[in-house]
Design a protein around this ligand. Structure first.
Ligand SMILES: Nc1ncnc2c1ncn2[C@@H]1O[C@H](COP(=O)(O)OP(=O)(O)OP(=O)(O)O)[C@@H](O)[C@H]1O
Length: 252
C-alpha cells in the first residue's frame, strides 16, 4: 500500500498559554484524494493548514508527508490563499513565473514552460495583461497555476473562491475539478460553504468540538465527474442536512 499523502499521527497542538486545540488527532489523506474541510469561524481550519505547511509545529505526535516527517514542510506543500496575492506590476506571465524563478529557474526558461500551460488553465490571451485587467475568477486561475507550479503533489486551498460571485464560483469549481483530474494532485480545500464542500470532495472533514480529538468525516455519495444537478439528488440532500445540523450544533 502506498504512503498517505498527509498524515497527522496522535497530533496535539495548542497556541502558547491557550488550551489544546487538537488532541491526539489521527487523520490520513490518500494520494490523489480531494478533501474539503468545513467548520465554524475559529474552529481551527487555518491552524490545521499552518501545521501542515510547518508554520506551527505539533506539541506532541507527528505530521508526515508521503510517510515522512519532513523538516521543511513548506517546500513540499503548495498553498493557495483566499486573496490571489498577484503582484500588480508583473504581467500574468511574470506572475505565473514567480515560483519557478524563486526555485532558481531563469525567466526565459520559466516563460517557455508556462506559455503552453496558459491555454490549459483557461488563460489564453492573458499573458501580457496585468492582474487589474483580469476578472476575479481569472486571477484565481493564475493563482492556482502558480500553486501547481510549486511542484508539490499536495495542494492546500484556503477558501479560494469565497470572494467570487455565485455564478463565477460554480464555474470555477467545475474548472478546478477538471484541473485536479488532469494534475492528479492531492487537494485539501477549506470552505465555509457546505454545497461547495460536497460538490468538490471525496470526503468532507467537519471541525466540531474543541479540543478536536477526531474529525467528523462524511464520504460524499456522488460519482465523478460531478454534475451540478448532483447537488439536488436525494442522497446528497440527506448528507447536506446532517452536515448543516452538525455545524449548527457547534455554534453556541
Ligand atoms: N496566533 C494565535 N495565537 C493564539 N490563538 C490563536 C492564534 N491563531 C488562532 N488562534 C485561535 O485558535 C483558534 C482557531 O483559529 P483558526 O484561525 O485556526 O480558526 P478558523 O477555523 O480558521 O477560523 P476562520 O474561519 O475565522 O478563519 C481560534 O480560537 C483563534 O482565536
Amino acid at each position: 500500500m502506498s504512503n498517505s499523502a498527509l498524515e497527522f499521527k496522535d497530533m496535539s497542538f495548542g497556541y502558547p498559554y491557550e488550551n489544546d486545540l487538537f488532541m491526539e488527532l489521527n487523520v490520513a489523506v490518500q494520494p490523489g484524494e480531494f478533501v474539503s474541510i468545513i467548520g465554524a469561524s475559529g474552529s481551527g481550519k487555518s491552524t490545521l493548514f499552518k501545521l501542515t505547511v510547518g508554520l506551527e509545529e505539533p506539541t506532541r505526535g507527528s505530521i508526515r508527508l508521503d510517510g515522512e516527517k519532513k523538516a521543511n514542510r513548506l517546500g513540499h506543500v503548495g498553498y493557495m490563499p483566499q486573496q490571489d496575492l498577484l503582484l500588480p506590476w508583473r504581467s500574468i506571465l511574470d506572475n505565473a513565473a514567480l515560483p519557478l524563478e524563486i526555485k532558481g529557474v531563469s525567466k526565459k526558461e520559466a516563460h517557455k514552460r508556462i506559455i503552453p500551460l496558459l491555454d490549459e488553465f483557461g488563460l489564453n490571451g492573458t499573458r501580457d495583461k496585468f492582474p487589474s485587467e483580469l476578472s476575479g475568477g481569472m486571477r484565481q486561475r493564475v493563482s492556482f497555476l502558480r500553486t501547481v507550479l510549486s511542484g508539490s503533489p499536495i495542494l492546500l486551498l484556503d477558501e479560494p473562491f469565497s470572494a467570487l460571485d455565485a455564478i463565477t464560483k460554480v464555474s470555477m469549481q467545475e474548472w478546478l475539478l477538471q484541473q485536479w483530474e488532469k494534475q492528479g494532485s492531492t487537494i485539501i480545500f477549506i470552505t465555509h460553504d457546505v454545497d461547495e464542500a460536497l460538490f468538490l470532495a471525496d470526503r468532507v472533514f467537519v471541525l466540531t468540538e474543541t479540543p478536536i480529538k477526531e474529525l467528523k468525516e462524511v464520504t460524499v455519495p456522488l460519482n465523478r465527474p460531478r454534475r451540478l444537478e448532483d447537488l439536488y439528488s436525494a442522497d446528497l440532500l440527506e448528507v447536506k442536512k446532517d452536515l448543516m445540523f452538525e455545524l449548527r450544533s457547534t455554534i453556541t
